[in-house]
Design a protein around this ligand. Structure first.
Ligand code: NIG
Ligand code: FE
Length: 409
């Protein structure tokens, strides 16, 4: 398929100081689920007959529709719209039962967010059947795809028994390759007075059951969740079992999450709301991505993280939704971009890069997050002439078409 008539193509292949690698009046050739060629539409490698057929059809009343097929190449003219890599949401918690709308409403009238709410979702998740959780998950996948997300990570962490965590990991693996074992989300109520036993369970039987389904090990390193020592034990146990580390840290206050993440070579440390100068310097000097989750600050009414500080120091920043029923019940990457631009000092280009290539870096993926030959053909068409509209028109459903592995969703 040749996608042409692209007014503004975001490739994320940097050129001339443009990290988004913009090409105007562009075309993309897709073959076998991958990008085969990218360039100016005028240089597109289609034969004359195809080009003629396309001209004959003229302007379609429904732009984005196939205009012509010749010698097996379907030509789709997007009539000046912007095309971007599909969003890469590197942080979600989508396996859960129930919701906590009442907590959200209370927060909006002044009740502070507390990690303890996680236990309510744990109870609802344990009570849900496999089919209920599976159906919910399938609904979220439709929701994510419809908003332009083509790669997403899913964490466990609302089961917190061996059987419930294994089930969460198994169900997550049905919808994504990026499954994260988060048995160390909080200490469940039944282990309240035996937290050491719980950490041992996470590092032993629970990890044994979950690691076959997972790629990542994560821990909520925070006051009210797990101490730095406990967190390190969990991460090291996961690493020993072949999982790659990532960390929830510095969300509710300053702490050692960032330094721990850097020390163990985590791919990402997520939240980063409360950072010291040392944390920022450590991130900038490391290969650990700072993943910012502005849906959390929006939904918990907290000050946003300082993305500018991180970017100016040279750290790699990603944006993710953290979609979960407690602190951020949104799956909208366009909303994350709008918040990052409006509230966190990011330029539109930085925010769009962070929501695509940044997410891919946070997941150590080199096959998604950019539109370049050899990459997966995961992209989205905006019903707008430029990526700036993602922040300029907040809340408007601008994502008009989404392609994953070369097929329209
Ligand atoms: O990423 N920080 C820890 N976990 C989730 C919140 C989960 C919840 O409140 O249910 C988060 O914000
Ligand atoms: Fe989270």
């Amino acid at each position: 398929m040749l996608l042409t008539g692209i007014g503004e193509l975001t490739t994320n292949v940097a050129h001339d100081g443009d990290a988004c690698g913009t090409i105007r009046d562009a075309a993309v050739l897709v073959e076998d689920g991958h990008v085969a060629w990218v360039g100016a539409a005028a240089d597109a490698p289609i034969d004359r007959e195809t080009a003629a057929a396309r001209r004959d059809v003229g302007d379609s009343p429904r732009p984005g529709r196939a205009h012509a097929v010749s010698r097996g190449v379907e030509v789709v003219d997007v009539a000046g719209r912007a095309v971007l890599p599909g969003f890469v949401d590197s942080h979600t918690h989508l396996v859960f039962g129930g919701d906590r709308a009442d907590e959200f409403a209370a927060r909006m009238t002044g009740t502070p967010y507390a990690a303890g709410g996680i236990r309510r979702t744990v109870a609802a998740t344990r009570a849900a059947s496999d089919d209920e959780l599976r159906a919910r998950l399938a609904g979220f996948v439709v929701e994510l795809n419809g908003q332009g997300t083509t790669t997403f990570e899913v964490k466990t962490g609302y089961g917190l028994t061996v059987a419930d965590e294994e089930r969460s990991a198994r169900l997550a693996a049905e919808v994504t390759d990026e499954v994260t074992f988060l048995g160390a989300h909080v200490v469940p109520a039944e282990f309240e007075d035996r937290r050491d036993d719980y950490v041992e369970l996470v590092c032993g039987a629970m990890l044994d059951a979950c690691s076959p389904h997972a790629r990542w090990i994560d821990v909520f390193c925070e006051r009210g969740a797990f101490t730095p020592d406990e967190s390190r034990r969990v991460l090291e146990a996961g690493i020993a079992r072949g999982l790659l580390p990532r960390v929830h840290g510095n969300q509710l206050g300053p702490g050692e999450g960032v330094r721990l993440a850097v020390a163990v070579g985590a791919a990402s440390v997520d939240h980063c709301t409360h950072l010291s100068d040392e944390d920022v310097a450590a991130l900038a000097a490391s290969g650990t991505v700072a993943t910012l989750l502005p849906g959390v600050e929006f939904s918990t009414r907290q000050p946003y993280p300082d993305a500018r500080l991180l970017l100016d120091a040279g750290a790699t920043v990603a944006l993710a939704s953290d979609c979960n029923p407690g602190s951020s019940f949104t799956s909208s990457m366009p909303l994350m971009i709008a918040l990052a631009v409006r509230e966190m000092g990011m330029t539109v280009d930085e925010a769009v890069w962070a929501a695509t290539a940044g997410g891919a870096t946070a997941l150590r993926r080199t096959d998604v997050g950019a539109i370049a030959p050899g990459m997966r053909a995961d992209l989205l068409v905006l019903d707008a002439p430029s990526r700036t509209h993602l922040a300029y028109r907040p809340g408007v459903p601008l994502v008009s078409r989404v392609m994953k592995d070369g097929a329209w969703l």
